[in-house]
Design a protein around this ligand. Structure first.
Ligand SMILES: Cc1ncc(C[n+]2csc(CCOP(=O)(O)OP(=O)(O)O)c2C)c(N)n1
Ligand SMILES: [Mg+2]
Length: 326
């Protein structure tokens, strides 16, 4: 983390809080007034999105998973647009056709995902190949979970990316569960990064709740990818605090396990690091929280007040501009 200055550290803290408060607000809102988007919260996993997006360039592209809410915002999807997506309003990134769950927004370098787990990984290979063909050095970063890591799409993508030495970085968010199936029941190894060896790329295990460790690992992988040396598999060990979605009865994971992981909160941990290292005082960090809370309030108000799309919108932007009129 040699290249991070105080302003970077505070920005990373702001990002993590923005992700945390956005998701808290969405899940809370959903309890009283169900959103079109069923929240699938990544609360507890904020350090991964923050640490991996921070070192990216604007022209780099990301392919988020269903859980990578923070990455959408950090890469540049405006907070209002993201929230409007959750409300299925016309002001959302997909103009109401898709919620923010799998949203994409090309101007920010976010490639839209799909409801099919891991189906975005082969797309990531295509994106990285496009950079090669265009003789450009932008890179692609694809996120997926521990459960997704068992799908063929991930393995085929790892193989192609490694053989062709493409600039694609694999970020595995190992939160130890695939819905309610523990990792020990869906994978024969504990450290999923070991799979990288079978494809001829570096596999790195990091503490996914330590934003600076994630940042360091990501920066090494990005330098390698940009230099044409090929992909890296980074496994970030973490845990999601809430259920798979807000429809999950949340009674299948041991309560003590959840509590133990809450004590490893990535946001609290980074706050303590900033205070202990003299990078900020309580007042600085409280001011950041107040600013983030105001931004989230503004985004919710914007989403509430935005209109739903008109009916004709359903056939627009499906095949291409103007086709709906033909
Ligand atoms: C091909 C496919 N199989 C199953 C599902 C249903 N499904 C949606 S999310 C999910 C679990 C994904 O777990 P993981 O990859 O660990 O990601 P996490 O939710 O923990 O972030 C499943 C099984 C799906 N959407 N697509
Ligand atoms: Mg998982």
């Amino acid at each position: 983390m040699a290249d991070l200055q105080k302003k970077d550290l505070l920005e990373l803290y702001r990002w993590m809080l923005l992700s945390r408060i956005t998701e808290e607000r969405m899940t809370e809102y959903h309890k009283h007034s169900p959103l079109p988007e069923l929240p699938h919260s990544g609360i507890g996993q904020e350090a991964i999105s923050a640490g991996t997006v921070y070192g990216l360039r604007p022209d780099d592209l990301i392919l988020p998973s269903l859980r990578t809410r923070g990455a959408f915002i950090f890469k540049g999807i405006p907070q209002r647009m993201m929230m409007a997506g959750a409300f299925a309003k016309v002001t959302g990134a997909a103009r109401g056709k898709n919620t923010s769950h799998h949203m994409g927004y090309r101007p920010a370098g976010v490639i839209a995902g799909s409801g099919v787990v891991a189906a975005h990984l082969p797309v990531g290979v295509g994106v990285a190949l496009a950079a090669r063909l265009q003789k450009k050095d932008y890179i692609a970063v694809a996120y997926f979970g521990d459960g997704a890591s068992n799908r063929g799409d991930v393995h085929e993508s790892m193989n192609m990316a490694a053989v062709m030495k493409l600039g694609l970085v694999f970020i595995c968010e190992n939160n130890l569960y695939s819905i309610s199936t523990p990792a020990s029941k869906h994978s024969g190894i504990v450290d999923l990064a070991r799979r990288a060896d079978g494809y001829g790329m570096p596999g790195v295990v990091v503490d996914g709740n330590d934003v600076l460790a994630v940042y360091d690992a990501a920066m090494q992988a990005y330098a390698r990818a940009r230099a044409g040396e090929g992909p890296t598999f980074i496994e970030c060990k973490t845990y999601r605090w809430l259920g798979h979605s807000e429809r999950d009865p949340r009674d299948l994971r041991p309560k003590e396990e959840i509590e133990a992981w809450k004590r490893k909160c990535p946001v609290k941990r980074f706050r303590e690091y900033l205070l202990a290292g003299g990078h900020a005082d309580e007042a600085d960090l409280d001011a950041i929280r107040a600013g983030v809370t105001a931004d989230v309030d503004d985004a919710v108000k914007f989403a509430e007040e935005s209109p739903f799309p008109p009916g004709g919108e359903a056939v627009l932007h499906v095949y291409g501009e103007g086709r709906a009129d033909q």
